[in-house]
Design a protein. Structure first.
Length: 137
């Protein structure tokens, strides 16, 4: 099967760079699957899982991204994200704490809070926890 180059990069480090047969991500308008020779595309992606299917691995490689940009060229896919983590690097306790704090801030409605920042924190923490639950099944 044909392959293409995939680069997943966060603000801190390169998370994955290698050949893949398919890439799946949650774009703004829904789930996208990228195969070799895909039409060029640039879109924002939502916080959640990016799956990379390689010929060498029996299971897809799962990577959490906090959102970002997906750029597709015929034989190169690049994902740029503020935060990207391999699933085994996600701290479940920290994600649960961040989710609880964000929910408490939104429910309390006391004082000045930055609603967009709190909602982004809630979305990221929820996406991390959903990914952990999904992979445990």
């Amino acid at each position: 099967m044909a392959t293409f180059q995939v680069d997943i990069v966060s603000a801190e480090a390169e998370i994955y760079s290698g050949e893949a047969e398919m890439v799946f991500a949650s774009a703004e308008m829904g789930e996208v699957g990228i195969a070799p020779g895909h039409t060029p595309l640039m879109t924002r992606i939502k916080p959640g899982e990016v799956r990379v299917r390689t010929a060498e691995q029996s299971e897809d490689l799962s990577i959490y991204v906090s959102g970002g940009i997906l750029e597709v060229q015929p034989y190169v896919v690049t994902i740029l994200s503020d935060t990207a983590l391999r699933v085994d690097e996600i701290d479940e306790a920290a994600a649960q704490k961040a989710k609880d704090e964000a929910e408490a801030s939104l429910a309390g409605k006391s004082g000045e809070i930055d609603y967009s920042a709190v909602q982004a924190q809630l979305a990221e923490a929820s996406a991390q926890l959903q990914l952990i639950k999904k992979l445990r099944k």
